[in-house]
Design a protein around this ligand. Structure first.
Ligand SMILES: *Cc1c(COP(=O)(O)O)cnc(C)c1O
Length: 457
């Protein structure tokens, strides 16, 4: 296909949208390690998981053999409200960079939650409703997941209780109000409303909270309330499954124009957008049909892949969740103030961790100011104000495109633009005022986190 024929935006028609999710685990020779019961250290059974999660989601969590799972009709309907998301050819960025590389991005910020998280939120709310539950509890860091879940819950008329990391609760009052607009109740975490919250407050008075801590509170609230279950917006296998819709749409759109990416890039917090974006491409690589380079981009201040250990760890600070084998900095690791709140988690999806351990993908860590340099450069030519999280992927995509300028290679680069940054203007302000610091933990500073690992290989 000749260049001129590729439009700026490649959309799919409604009838071309994926009707099934793709489960990458089915094609993995080395399956991700199972979640372990923190008491018995035995793999979590469906029954045990069903005490915390909705039953259907517990099934999806454990299913590592079914490659395609039908997307229920009601979820398809909801998807049609804001999907397909555009796949954009970044012609303007290419021109600005004077690169022979061809750059594409899949933009997931075109909904009120402002990120890809709605793709899994609506699925999780749907299964909760199907099961006849009254409501769900969750945690939110920067607020995108809480917002997505409140939208999904209001659609299905479910109660939604959000534990929001205190620092974000205070810094992002508007996020909180969006959630309340959709009927959710929002509690700053750590709080006095749970046992684990009270314990953490006693141990660390004045703490501004962390995702791991908010997870513990949300799990405790779910398990202790009749008719409630806990839902999580990243890390879990089920979330990667739902997010496969991103990659499937991307692949369908690219196939229409016979475009094949050489390099696929995504930011990695818990791994859900990256896992979703790469899934059909990784499937081809796993089946030996085609090769791609995959790059996970994480903040240098929270470097789970690039400096973490591949070991079993607690998913939360309060150690109430199952243990997962993953690249982790230890549940006791408290990242420094970084403006990409969605990338501040100590661990990483077990699926992506296994793929990384097997050499199927690469990872790199980037520093905050370099990320905002990229964000601003992108905003000025592509007309979208990107989320700080997404801008990690932009940074790596620009770096790869600049390499192509050096070598003259016409590589095709695809990256995930996970969301918009309208609620991150305090971070942009710091950047513009020259008050943004790059923080890279020393090996010494990583030690306490590693010391908190349970010591199970
Ligand atoms: C939550 C979030 C991320 C990181 O989460 P993953 O599970 O790693 O995808 C990235 N970008 C945005 C905009 C987010 O809201």
């Amino acid at each position: 296909m000749s260049e001129q024929n590729i439009p700026y935006k490649i959309y799919l028609h409604e009838h071309e949208m994926p009707k099934q999710w793709y489960n990458m685990r089915a094609d993995m020779k080395h399956k991700p390690a199972p979640l372990l019961n923190p008491g018995t250290l035995k793999p979590m059974t469906e029954e045990e998981l069903s005490g915390v999660f909705c039953t259907e989601l517990a099934k999806q969590e454990l299913d590592d053999s079914t490659p395609y799972i039908d997307i229920p009709e009601e979820i398809l309907k909801f998807y049609k409200m804001y999907r397909p998301s555009p796949l954009v050819r970044a012609y303007c960025l290419e021109e600005k960079l004077q690169t022979p590389a061809k750059i594409y991005y899949k933009f997931e910020g075109n909904n009120t939650s402002g990120s890809h998280k709605l793709n899994s939120a609506i699925a999780q709310a749907y299964y909760a409703k199907q099961q006849g539950l009254k409501g769900v509890t969750t945690e939110t860091g920067a607020g995108q997941w809480g917002t997505a879940l409140s939208m999904a819950c209001s659609y299905f008329d479910l109660d939604c209780r959000v534990y929001m990391v205190k620092v974000s609760y205070e810094q992002k009052p508007f996020r909180r109000e969006v959630m309340r607009t959709y009927g959710a109740s929002v509690t700053p975490s750590p709080s006095e409303t749970t046992e684990v919250g009270r314990r953490i407050l006693a141990e660390h008075p004045g703490t501004t909270g962390s995702l791991g801590c908010a997870i513990s509170e949300a799990v405790e609230a779910a398990v202790g309330t009749e008719g409630y279950r806990y839902v999580l917006g990243s890390v879990l296998n089920q979330v990667l499954l739902h997010q496969s819709v991103i990659g499937l749409e991307t692949k369908a759109a690219m196939d229409k124009y016979e475009i094949t990416p050489d390099i696929i890039i995504g930011c990695a917090g818990g791994g859900s957008n990256l896992g979703g974006l790469i899934s059909p491409f990784m499937g081809e690589k796993l089946r030996g049909e085609r090769d791609y380079r995959f790059i996970a981009v994480e903040p240098a201040s929270c470097p789970s892949f690039t400096r973490g250990k591949f070991a079993y760890d607690f998913c939360d600070t309060g150690k109430v969740c199952p243990l997962a084998k993953m690249y982790t900095l230890g549940s006791g690791f408290i990242p420094s103030a970084n403006h990409a709140g969605g990338l501040r988690y100590h661990g990483m999806s077990s699926v992506l961790s296994q793929l990384y351990a097997d050499g199927m993908m690469e990872a790199r860590a980037v520093e905050q100011t370099a990320v905002f340099d990229a964000a601003e450069q992108f905003a000025r030519v592509e007309g979208i104000l990107p989320a700080p999280e997404s801008s990690h992927a932009i940074r790596a995509a620009i770096d790869e495109a600049l390499k192509c300028r050096e070598t003259g290679e016409e590589k095709t680069i695809l990256f995930g633009l996970t969301g918009t940054g309208y609620f991150d203007m305090v971070a942009y302000e710091k950047y513009h005022n020259g008050e943004m610091a790059d923080y890279i933990p020393t090996d010494e500073e990583l030690k306490p986190g590693f010391a908190s690992l349970p010591g199970i290989e």
